[in-house]
Each structure stands twice: as C-alpha cells, then as structure tokens.
Design a protein around this ligand. Structure first.
Ligand SMILES: [Zn+2]
Length: 82
C-alpha cells in the first residue's frame, strides 16, 4: 500500500519529510517514480520536486501526481503527530 510505503521511505530517509523548495509538473518521462517504483508514463503527470536542505546537497525526486498526494498526506500526518 502506497501510504505505508510513503511512511517507510520517510523513516528510512529515501523520501524527504519537508516541503519542496520548488516543484514542476509535466508529462511523464518514463523515469521511475520515487514512491511506487513504476515508470511515470507520458500519459501520466510527472511531478519534479526540488529540495534544498540547509547544509545538504540539492535533491530532486520525481513522482506521479497521485503518488505526490500520498506522500504529501503522510508527510503532513507525520508533522501533526503529537
Ligand atoms: Zn508513483
């Protein structure tokens, strides 16, 4: 399930837990999605998120638009935890 995977990947550090500095939406370039590991097909919307953490390298992840929503949801849930 994608929600569980999003949580796991944030815990392992594969996916960031903070908001991107910028994001671009475009047609899928068949690159592998950072969440579901399926290729983002030209018929899908691909989101390219750019993260610039302080003292860290620039990081770019690419996700299906639907996977970005799942990641975003889980990310916000993580921050809202008491
Ligand atoms: Zn995906």
């Amino acid at each position: 399930m994608l929600h569980v995977r999003a949580k796991e990947r944030m815990q392992s550090g594969e996916l960031p837990t903070y908001a991107p500095s910028s994001s671009y939406a475009g047609r899928g370039s068949t690159i592998t999605c950072a969440l579901c590991d399926a290729p983002i097909l030209p018929t899908d919307v691909e989101l390219e998120l750019e993260f610039v953490a302080q003292g860290a390298d620039r990081k770019v992840i690419r996700l299906h638009s639907r996977c970005e929503s799942v990641w975003n949801e889980e990310r916000l849930r993580l921050h809202n935890r008491p």
